[in-house]
Design a protein around this ligand. Structure first.
Ligand SMILES: *[C@@H]1O[C@H](CO)[C@@H](O)[C@H](O)[C@H]1NC(C)=O
Length: 260
């Protein structure tokens, strides 16, 4: 608690050192964070302060805590909207732009080495993938460490259910599938598209289901050892968190964040 509040107090300068389009409407930013005391837990977001813009942005971090430890970098993926911080990112931000960031949020996965192994079920809708990608990457880092050193936190299995309108709106496809291919026994993903109008590529096809994520897919994974993380539009988040409560999943095993 004291460490958490201490870390959240840090407002750090950060410099844009990478920018790319993740989809036609989502821009991905890489930021080099100046303050050595800045840290975060997988799943948290940042307040995003832009010089000359009075509205403060709030964006989930999609990179892993390891990337910050090793390279002092964080990554964000921001959807185009009329919200001034998002407009700035899409229209004015350039390499070397200077901003400031501060960590916040109670939606995170941060197991300690001695904690019991847990399975994760991650349920994402649209840009709700951002914090869940951070959690997925962190879980993969923990597993890699455990496999290499035989110590640290032991991960259970990780199942990602991710829904978007169509395959071009499914963000981070390559990053996700790279992790699935690296750890086929640990990480499984099922990508859903709800309004696909074009042909799905042969490469993606095995991972794609047409239609929404169903109750059945999720209820198949209810167990005492499983933690559920849900991030998506409010109706979707409410739907799955209620379903899990009704399935007697203890509230402390259900973590959700609404994002739109
Ligand atoms: C995918 O969905 C987005 C958002 O509705 C839309 O703008 C885009 O044209 C769609 N792309 C394809 C290939 O269907």
């Amino acid at each position: 608690m004291s460490t958490q509040s201490a870390c959240c107090m840090v407002v750090s300068a950060a410099k844009v050192c990478g920018a790319a389009n993740e989809s036609p409407s989502v821009k991905r930013l890489r930021l080099l964070v100046a303050d050595k005391d800045f840290s975060f837990k997988a799943g948290q977001w940042v307040d995003f302060f832009i010089p000359g813009v009075s509205v403060v942005g709030g964006f989930s971090i999609c990179s892993s805590p390891r990337l910050l430890e090793e390279e002092r970098m964080i990554e964000l993926a921001v959807k185009y909207t009329n919200h001034p911080p998002a407009l700035w990112i899409h229209n004015q931000c350039t390499l070397d732009s200077e901003v400031a960031v501060r960590v916040g949020g109670e939606f995170f996965f941060d197991p300690q080495p001695a904690d019991a192994p847990r399975n994760l079920v991650l349920i994402a809708g649209g840009v709700g993938i951002n914090p869940l990608l951070s959690i997925l990457r962190h879980a993969a880092d923990l597993h890699r460490e455990w496999a290499d050193k035989g110590g640290g936190y032991e991960m259970g299995t990780i199942k990602l259910f991710y829904s978007a309108q169509n395959t071009s709106e499914l963000l981070f496809k390559k990053n996700i599938l790279d992790l699935v291919n690296e750890f086929p026994e640990k990480i499984v993903c099922r990508l859903h598209v709800t309004k696909q109008t074009t042909q799905i590529s042969a490469e993606l096809k095995p991972y794609i289901t047409e239609g929404r994520i169903t109750e059945k897919e999720i209820s198949d994974h209810v167990s005492k050892e499983t933690l559920f993380y849900i991030c998506g539009p409010p109706p979707m988040t409410d739907f799955f968190s209620k379903q899990l409560e009704n399935s007697r999943v203890p509230p402390e095993h259900i973590c959700f964040e609404k994002w739109w």
